[in-house]
Design a protein around this ligand. Structure first.
Ligand SMILES: Nc1nc2c(c(=O)[nH]1)N[C@H]1C(S)=C(S)[C@@H](COP(=O)(O)OP(=O)(O)OC[C@H]3O[C@@H](n4cnc5c(=O)[nH]c(N)nc54)[C@H](O)[C@@H]3O)O[C@H]1N2
Ligand SMILES: Nc1nc2c(c(=O)[nH]1)N[C@H]1C(S)=C(S)[C@@H](COP(=O)(O)OP(=O)(O)OC[C@H]3O[C@@H](n4cnc5c(=O)[nH]c(N)nc54)[C@H](O)[C@@H]3O)O[C@H]1N2
Ligand SMILES: [Mo]
Length: 784
């Protein structure tokens, strides 16, 4: 574990720091030699898809697209450490539950199926046959198929996901809570009614042509490092990069490309953002409105002076609906209100609007800083509207770019992992497989937790992920999971969720993406879809971590074969050769015509994206403007109002990722670019706010959220760190702070937990000794 300290990070993102960090990580995992070979196969035409993130690969051309966090994700999977039955059953589950997330996963890859033994409170070795028999018995004993929940995390391949959704629908339910419900759900829900497709419209080619790229609520230096390569190239050719983020993120400021020998040799780096706007947490909707307002004002002026229009009038007339009402709603907003909500001045907002209006081709990217708020769907609909005002959709160098998280989260949705499936899809699925799919909508993630709490759901099965840690309202969620009869986790490593179990519990170890998947028909590849709708094949090349591992498609097929007595689907035949699964996928989805042929092309193929062809699959057949008043009554507004008379300072807390984590997988304790070393329990706060509440950097606090349900939710023992963040705003890491978000606080129209805007108060812990800090702030000030 590293030394604990807080100090400036002065270097660029990437560079030597990234290479050093990877070397250290490979060494820790005991895979220095094999690791290097494994890394070289990432994102290669005949290699595997990097499990790190969903950012696309550039034509699979470079020898090795270096990515520090991709390397960490790969080495975490290719680790030499093993959590054998002997290791796991040596400890009680109560003991394991007290270990840190880091220590749990650091036991290494699980090697055999394990079953919980209540008598000894331990996991014990079991056989695959026994495991599938238990699952089948419990599922078939349920009074109603809707009493079972089937979670998916976004690493599952298209083939695994397709079989899983088929199994679950043949079983009789649409209960598909998934990680997307906590992630980009609002992007899908926001874009579908506006542009007719719930996905982004751009490709990497557009990044080469854009005149401006706006980046909202994303930290690519940590979470999508390969995106920095695109931004760097764009920046070099003069494209404006305009970032909106309450925190100063190093990766958005400067980047040294570890693949560029000159930059590495000279310690050079490329500035990334040409403009950086530190808006207030939750201020994005106000910013979108302000940008729209500025465009309308500029257009009014152009009309008055007889100059060229700023609006793309032809696009608006030919392709859109609802412009007039939308324009009225924007004109009705006052600059004062937009300033107050965004935390930016009218001058800054107009400057940003001018940048948008001056650029011929604009891409807007966004991440979790946009989606995890109460009004995220409306905010995303404003992003679409802003693009529509200047025809920045469906043409080269322009478009919408929600940057997905998990490497196949978009593909899983395409395959039907969705609790509200479209009737036409169900019709087709039923026809191809000869059964009547259930029609009623199922539970999403938050609803699934409530169903377990209410005793309406009794079996919980997870294809990957770490449900107990990733979800909100931790205590309620744990109670919910413990309220079930059976929990089943298909997983590579042991994590928190396996310690929060039902009366019976199974932990089923699967192959990872880096590993050879040998079936009766020979070695198999799987397919994934990236953030830009490119589908391609992924083949592992390492020997499996254990001879007992099964692939995810095989686990699903055997679960289905054991459970479904009357199924007409030849489950075990399908998994002998995954091209058979792909043939079935092709039968269900027109967009996959010629699937097995198409994936032979290196880099794969792009799924049809109607909006990028200016075909609008909306009810009106047009891209649609949707007006929405500026929200001024969020839980944060309400808490400030309620607690004003008590003179309590209410902060708005965003939960973010550190540089050394992959969601709930903790790689290490450092957050290099933010200058934090050896800590995870930290709160970033503005120096003036510290003064205002009479506290000092280095002191310890408890965080309590203040929602109107009056229930106390706390997260204890965090150290205060001065940071360049707007006043009234705090940031801290997920999952340590997940306990603060109530199940009831979700985004309207998408149900996503509001993990980026939590009203909280801080209380000092005088009993804990403050830690010294060698600098008052951890990141250097001025914009580049
Ligand atoms: N190494 C690594 N890679 C990952 C992941 C990982 O954990 N580690 N996770 C994967 C997954 S599943 C996902 S979804 C993505 C997540 O990738 P990101 O979307 O980058 O995720 P976060 O770190 O949660 O937050 C992003 C940024 O939002 C900013 N922010 C917070 N509140 C607001 C706000 O109100 N407005 C604006 N404009 N910004 C705000 C934060 O300062 C932060 O810089 O990354 C994927 N890739
Ligand atoms: N407060 C707060 N909460 C959040 C977020 C936030 O920003 N703030 N972000 C949300 C987001 S964007 C997301 S996507 C979710 C993530 O939620 P999940 O997807 O549920 O969580 P992960 O941490 O990605 O899951 C990690 C686990 O996946 C398993 N795993 C790894 N590789 C494989 C594999 O190949 N196969 C299988 N079967 N298992 C594997 C390992 O056991 C590992 O422990 O969390 C959400 N929760
Ligand atoms: Mo995500």
């Amino acid at each position: 574990m590293s030394e604990q300290k807080i100090h400036f990070y002065k270097g660029p993102a990437g560079g030597w720091g990234a290479l050093r960090s990877v070397a250290k990580h490979l060494q820790e995992q005991g895979i220095a030699v094999k690791g290097a070979k494994t890394l070289l196969s990432a994102n290669q035409p005949d290699g595997f898809d990097c499990p790190g993130c969903a950012w696309p690969d550039r034509d699979h051309r470079s020898t090795f697209e270096f990515c520090e966090n991709g390397a960490k994700a790969i080495s975490a999977e290719a680790t030499a450490k093993r959590a054998t039955p002997e290791v796991l059953s040596a400890h009680t589950v109560s003991w394991l539950a007290e270990q840190s997330d880091y220590d749990l996963e650091n036991m290494g890859r699980i090697t055999e199926p394990m079953k919980y033994d209540p008598a000894t409170d331990t996991y014990q070795r079991t056989t695959w046959d026994e495991a599938f028999a238990l699952i089948a018995a419990r599922l078939n004993a349920l009074a109603d198929p809707n009493e079972a929940l089937f979670y998916t995390s976004g690493r599952a391949s298209n083939e695994a996901a397709f079989l899983y959704q088929l199994f679950v629908r043949e079983f009789g339910t649409n209960n598909f809570p998934d990680c997307s419900n906590m992630c980009h759900e609002p992007s899908g829900q926001g874009l579908k009614p506006t542009i007719g497709i719930g996905k982004g419209t751009v490709t990497l080619h557009d990044f080469e042509k854009a005149d401006a790229i706006f980046v909202f609520g994303q930290n690519p230096g940590t979470n999508h490092p390969r995106m920095l390569g695109e931004l760097r190239e764009a920046s070099k050719r003069g494209c404006k990069i305009v970032s909106f983020n309450p925190l100063r993120e190093r990766g958005l400021e400067r980047f040294a490309d570890p693949q560029n020998k000159m930059e590495m040799a000279t310690l050079g780096s490329t500035p990334i953002s040409s403009h950086y706007f530190q808006l207030r947490i939750g201020g994005d909707m106000a910013v979108m409105k302000a940008l729209c307002k500025r465009v309308l004002e500029l257009d009014d002026a152009a009309v008055a002076q007889g100059r060229e229009r700023v609006l793309d009038v032809a696009f608006i007339e030919q392709h859109t609906a609802g412009f007039d009402a939308f324009a009225d709603s924007i004109r009705a907003e006052t600059w004062e209100a937009l300033e107050a909500e965004s935390g930016l001045s009218q001058e800054q907002l107009c400057a940003a609007g001018d940048l948008y209006a001056e650029a011929k081709r604009v891409i807007i990217c966004w991440g979790m800083g946009i989606t995890q708020h109460q009004h995220s769907v409306a905010t995303i609909q404003h992003i679409a509207a802003l693009l529509m005002l200047r025809g920045n959709l469906g043409r080269e160098g322009a478009g919408a770019c929600p940057v997905r998280g998990h490497s196949n989260v978009q593909g899983d949705r395409t395959m039907g992992i969705y609790e509200k499936p479209a009737p036409a899809f169900l019709d087709r699925l039923g026809k191809v497989f000869g059964f009547e799919p259930p029609r009623a909508h199922g539970y999403g993630t938050v609803e699934a937790i409530q169903a377990m709490l209410d005793g309406k759901a009794k079996v919980f099965i997870a294809l990957g992920g770490n449900f107990a840690s990733a979800t909100p309202d931790t205590l309620a969620t744990w109670k919910a999971l413990r309220n079930t009869d059976l929990t089943v986790h298909v997983t590579t490593k042991f994590n928190r969720s396996h310690t929060i179990h039902g009366k019976d519990a199974l932990v089923l170890p699967c192959l990872g993406r880096t590993e050879i998947d040998m079936q009766a028909g020979g070695p198999q590849g799987v397919t994934v879809e990236d953030s830009m709708s490119m589908v391609h094949i992924s083949s592992g090349m390492n020997a499996p971590a254990s001879e007992h591992l099964l692939s995810e498609p095989m686990i699903v097929a055997r679960m289905a074969a054991a459970t479904l007595r009357h199924s007409k689907t030849p489950w075990l035949w399908l998994v002998e050769d995954y091209s058979r699964i792909r043939d079935k996928i092709e039968e269900v989805f027109d967009d996959f015509k010629g699937f097995n042929e198409k994936i032979k092309t290196p880099g794969g193929f792009r799924l049809r994206n109607t909006a990028s062809e200016r075909v609008w699959a909306t009810p009106t057949g047009k891209a649609t403007f949707i007006p929405y008043a500026l929200p001024t009554d969020t839980p944060v507004h309400q808490a400030r109002e309620r607690l004003r008379e008590h003179k309590t300072v209410v902060f708005n807390l965003a939960t973010v990722r550190s540089h050394d984590q992959y969601n709930t997988t903790i790689y290490g304790m450092d957050d290099r670019y933010r200058g934090v070393w050896g800590h995870r329990r930290v709160v970033f706060i503005h120096p003036e706010d510290l003064k205002a509440i009479g506290m000092k950097a280095g002191e310890w606090v408890d965080i309590t959220s203040v929602f109107s349900d009056g229930q106390e939710r706390r997260a204890e023992k965090f150290v205060l760190i001065e940071y360049d963040i707007p006043r009234g705003c705090l940031a801290s890491y997920f999952p340590e702070t997940n306990s603060l978000v109530p199940l009831s606080s979700v985004s309207i129209g998408a149900g996503t937990p509001t993990s980026k805007s939590i009203p909280v108060v801080l209380t000092l812990r005088p009993q804990d000794t403050p830690i010294p800090q060698d600098q008052a702030r951890s990141v250097e000030g001025a914009a580049v």
